[in-house]
Write a protein that binds this ligand. Structure first.
Ligand code: ATP
Ligand code: MG
Length: 369
């Protein structure tokens, strides 16, 4: 067995626990067939933690997250907890994790799988084999900038203010993540802002260009205005490899890119913090979808977004590219064979449960390894 890697699993609420059980199947398979074992701790977050301990995230769980090599999260929240005071809400647990782990870079791949081309809002020829990665700055920008607030003016009008602020360090650390990722892919990076109308955008462009010129001349860098990027994502999405952008533009553009794939149940994500002395980044992996209370507990959810999040973890936190490739290939093969959960049904496909999807995937892994 290779050295143990510590992994904190937080299934959370709603469909979180059922999709996470399918990840456990993959972990068991890796132990048996690939001789890889993880030191897995499981914890509570969100509504589940509130029910057990009266708080959406215990200090002990927070400490586990900070010491783990990686965190894998299901989803949090549900109507049952919507009326709780702000501090007790499930989402607070997730926000605390992100804040204390200082996860400033959010990665969202948009990949179109064979057989799911028709799920896209675009024409098949525009999205077939699409594979792009959006890196969104997550802890700065207009969502956090000061001053902010609503005031009343002398004439009785009200005035709402937010401030877009970026410092050089905030720009450089997220751009570094994006350049490194581009290097692992096609070595092409689009940096997106609105330098034509925003000072923070001017700074963003200058700093990304400087970083490129000093450390990443092997990566092809292009600057693009955010409005043009939105248009290009819909017009010709395959021109992109990696996109790096700020918090607000990233929020919008990553949702836009997600809809190019058309299937919420297929989308993984990762969030990175700063590297420690050994170069290892704090990281949390989670599906893009939420807790989907409408289908929770019925074993019908699509577990692939969470399984693909686990594959990202293997690739980016543990340098286990070969295993990540295996899982992603198995997902492709299973989908191409027409096995589908309810959310991604198409013509000539067979509807299976969440657990059957997990079983089928592991059987496919067995055949491939
Ligand atoms: P959040 O507020 O946490 O983002 P949400 O309520 O906006 O959550 P989701 O929980 O992601 O959104 O669910 C939106 C819809 O998509 C739900 O109605 C659900 O049925 C469907 N859905 C989400 N995830 C999956 C999945 N993994 N498999 C099948 N259907 C899903
Ligand atoms: Mg929502």
């Amino acid at each position: 067995m290779t050295a143990n890697k510590s992994l904190l699993i937080l299934p959370g609420d709603g469909i979180g626990p059922e999709v996470m059980r399918q990840v456990r199947r993959v972990i068991d398979w890796m132990a048996k067939r690939r001789s890889v074992s993880f030191d897995v701790t499981e914890g509570l977050v969100g509504g589940a933690a509130y029910e057990a301990h009266g708080t959406p995230l215990k200090d002990e769980t927070m400490a586990d997250a900070l010491s783990a090599d990686a965190v894998l999260l299901g989803a949090v929240g549900g109507p049952k907890w919507d009326q709780l005071p702000y501090d007790k809400r499930p989402e607070r647990g997730l926000l605390r994790l992100r804040k204390e782990m200082d996860l400033f870079a959010n990665l969202r791949p948009a990949v179109v799988y064979p057989g799911l081309v028709d799920a896209s809002a675009l024409k098949p020829e525009l999205v077939r084999d699409l594979d792009i990665l959006i890196v969104r700055e997550l802890t700065g920008g207009v969502y956090f900038g000061e001053p902010r607030g609503i005031t009343t003016l002398p004439d009785g009008q009200r005035r709402g203010v937010n401030t877009q602020v970026y410092t050089t360090n905030e720009i450089i650390r997220v751009a570094k993540v994006a350049f490194e990722l581009a290097r692992k892919r096609q070595s092409r990076l689009h940096s997106v802002e609105k330098a034509n109308v925003m000072e923070s955008g001017v700074l963003w462009r200058e700093e990304v260009q400087k970083l490129h010129d000093s450390d990443y001349t092997d990566v092809q860098l292009e600057h693009m205005y955010a409005d043009n990027c939105a248009m290009q994502l819909v017009r010709q999405p395959k021109q992109f490899d990696v996109i790096v952008t700020d918090n607000l533009f990233g929020d919008i553009l990553s949702d836009c890119a997600a809809m190019l794939t058309g299937s919420l149940g297929m989308l993984p994500s990762a969030s990175f913090g700063a590297p420690d002395a050994s170069g290892r980044r704090k990281a949390m992996y989670e599906p893009v979808h939420g807790s989907a209370p409408d289908i929770a507990g019925r074993d019908v959810a699509n577990p692939l977004a969470t399984i693909l999040s686990f594959a990202m973890m293997l690739r980016y936190s543990f340098d286990m590219d070969e295993d990540a490739d295996l899982i992603e290939k198995a997902v492709k093969t299973v989908l191409a064979s027409g096995i589908r959960t309810g959310d991604i049904m198409g013509p000539n496909t067979a509807r299976v449960s969440c657990s059957t999807m997990g079983e089928t995937l592991v059987r496919e892994l067995d055949k491939m390894a």
